[in-house]
Design a protein around this ligand. Sequence first.
Ligand code: XUL
Ligand code: MN
Length: 343
Amino acid sequence: MYQFRYSVGPWNVHAGADSYGPATRAEITLEEKFARFKALGFDAVQFHDDDAVPNLNDLTEEEIKAEARRVKGLLDKYDLKAEFVAPRLWMDPHTIDGGFTSTSEADRAFAMWRAYRSIDIARELGTDLIVLWLAREGTLCAEAKSPVTATKQLVEAINAMLRYDEHIRVCIEPKPNEPIDRSFCGTIGHVMAVSAATIDPKRVGANLESAHAVLAGLDPANEIGFALAFDKLFTVHMNDQNGIRYDQDKSFGVENLRQAFNQVKVLMENNYGARGEYVGLDVKAMRTTHDEDSYEHLKNSLAIFKAMEQKVKQYDYDYANRLIRERKFEQLEYYTVKLIMGV
Ligand code: XUL
Ligand code: MN
């Protein structure tokens, strides 16, 4: 059986600032993060466009590609791959009202410029995958945008990316809210519909983040399964989330072990990873974490994910299938929970 390969983003090791307070830890350089990622057992790095090329707005297209080539050299040095590049369309003064669905035509054009540059960077880093976390593609004021127009704008923006590079794959990471109030593309179901409406649905898939599914009131394993059923799960962001509150990006499995088990189970049952897909983490350290523990949440998430792989390998499918045939779901539930508890 193949081994899962794991990826992580530089933003997953951060200085601890949140919306209500400043940083609590020192910044760490990209190179040091790469070295630690490799030592922890990661195989690939996920990038925002400006993680790879800081201040790219101020650079020419050639300068952007040259800087991306330098980062590729750094990845090679640590024997790491690039998994994807995601345009960071939520921090910029040009995207105050969103990117592809902004009410400003100039800002929509800027969002496309960043999307094309992300594709250029991805090619230099050696990946064909673009992730779109559609942070501000929604409304703060419900009447500010037409959901019909916005959805069509989103499809057209993706079509333009597919035309810009005929080998690139685009992967939407849905989230129902935050930082906007109402997202246009909040669940895997939305992503599948958008994918089907594009000029090349095979090249448009999904990135399921566990926390985002919980924020939508949905089960992450079922969301993963829905994308797998359409052969459109291009990557995952594994983490955890305590109910419907601010986006927490907790370590994988720390809130809901059964839900964690079922995510790993559905991935393994469907040979996720056999075609090179990564198990991506999107986890954040708590603000209270000390500098010397900056990587503990990554280490713990990997350990919990791998422990769940072992649990799935121990799962007695003959017994489970017999219980399913006999409709003995009380026993099936008890068996599953007992296995997870190790008793
Ligand atoms: C936001 C989120 C992002 C994306 C990457 O909730 O999950 O970190 O994963 O742009
Ligand atoms: Mn994410």
